[in-house]
Design a protein. Structure first.
Length: 402
């Protein structure tokens, strides 16, 4: 018998920004629930880029930009890391002339172009009734623009930095913390064998949660974070003392990629090229800190210099399969998004707050910043997390969003 079910509408999903474990489980959850509720589901490839590069011509092969999602497709990918829809750091409202799609270059020929009119036309051409972007504050800031333009948007927060405002938790954060702790425990054997100070650079452009939580869990002695400029002499003194008091003669410090030494005027970048959101690629502060600790160590070690080991964890903590939390939370977030759609509600961000699933106004993404509360959670003298009581605190302690 032919399938005579009437399709209620079309839902489009995209993933933008950096990849994290947990994206595919979220896509799977949305798709399976939506199909069972008689919605058609499509995936937009490479974040906002796939939507921007789409050609409104039925004869044109848009398979590199759009894919029809089925249970078979999402079940196969749902247990894996990364995003099978792929991703990009595209911002259609600020598109450089060099990245304007070829078929639009005659229309958009400025140095920086706003291709939002094309995005809206493309969504209409695809017949999209609801748009579910999964991303961090950059990706979701453009989702706010889409909502302001009349698109029915329900957003899902994703970023290993866990710095999307309005929610205690973002997809990818738990796996990042789990991987960081694991990597610390792997490399500490070398640090101990050679009696060195271990400097590990971790993700965290503006927020230091990815350095704070592993340190609090005992993976490191100290951490330096973007929210507080630190004194190198003080850090070196602490690290030497930690090392000398350890029977295995080593110590570990986690350095957020966005951390700055007191006399630094800007973060450490690998190059000056910026993405469409104005961000240059961070990196190198770990090397600077490591070299300086080695240089200064003799001042606190009876004139004897201590060698260091430096390692940038980078993509090692964002690759691979999701952990338990990043398998369960994305499933819940996807179903929350469908709950809202079925109720006819849009312009919302699905969230976790105070241990409970909820939703918040979408514009919370652009109306505030989510950073470590230094006064409450970071001891600037000890350069490590500060806490007095765990009673009634969120699961990850200092990640609550007011």
């Amino acid at each position: 018998m032919a399938n005579t079910k009437k399709i209620k509408g079309t839902i489009a999903i995209l993933t933008g920004g950096g990849d994290v474990p947990g994206l595919n489980p979220a896509i799977r959850a949305i798709t399976i629930r939506a199909l069972r509720e008689d919605y058609r589901v499509i995936g937009l490839r490479r974040g906002w880029a796939g939507l921007m590069e789409l050609q409104r011509d039925k004869k044109f092969d848009n398979s590199s930009n759009v894919i029809e999602l089925t249970e078979e497709i999402v079940n196969r990918a749902g247990r894996t890391g990364g995003t099978f829809l792929h991703t990009s750091r595209t911002r259609p409202s600020h598109c450089p002339a060099t990245t304007v799609p070829l078929h639009l270059k005659d229309t958009y020929d400025k140095e920086i172009n706003d291709l939002t009119p094309e995005i809206l036309k493309n969504l209409e051409w695809l017949g999209v009734d609801f748009l579910i972007p999964i991303g961090g504050d950059d990706t979701l800031s453009y989702a706010v623009r889409m909502y302001q333009e009349g698109v029915k948007v329900i957003a899902i927060p994703k970023t290993m930095d866990n710095d999307v405002p309005g929610t205690d938790y973002c997809i990818g954060f738990s796996t990042c913390i789990t991987r960081t702790i694991h990597m610390c425990n792997i490399i500490r054997t070398s640090a101990g064998s050679h009696e060195r100070i271990l400097v590990l650079e971790v993700f965290g452009r503006y927020a230091g949660y990815t350095a704070m939580l592993p340190t609090m869990a005992g993976a490191a002695n100290r951490c330096v974070i973007p929210e507080h400029k630190f004194d190198l002499n003080h850090l070196a003194e602490l690290m030497v003392d930690d090392r000398n008091r350890n029977p295995s003669k080593y110590s570990i410090v986690l350095v957020s990629e966005g951390a700055m030494i007191k006399d630094m005027k800007e973060m450490s970048f690998t190059d000056t090229e910026k993405d469409m959101f104005g961000h240059a690629k961070l990196g190198g502060i770990g090397d600077v800190v490591s070299a300086k600790i080695k240089e200064l160590s003799s001042n606190f070690n009876n004139g004897v210099r201590i060698n260091t080991i430096t390692q940038k964890l980078g993509y090692m903590v964002r690759g691979g399969d999701p952990d338990a939390i990043d398998s369960i939370v994305p499933m819940a977030y996807g179903n929350l998004a469908l709950d809202l759609i079925l109720k006819g509600i849009h312009g919302r961000l699905v969230v976790l707050r105070n241990g409970r699933y909820d939703n918040a106004p979408l514009d919370v993404v652009t109306s505030s910043k989510k950073l470590v509360d230094v006064k409450k959670h970071y001891n600037v003298d000890r350069l490590r997390p500060h806490y007095k009581s765990f009673e009634f605190q969120p699961l990850f302690i200092m990640t609550g969003s007011s």
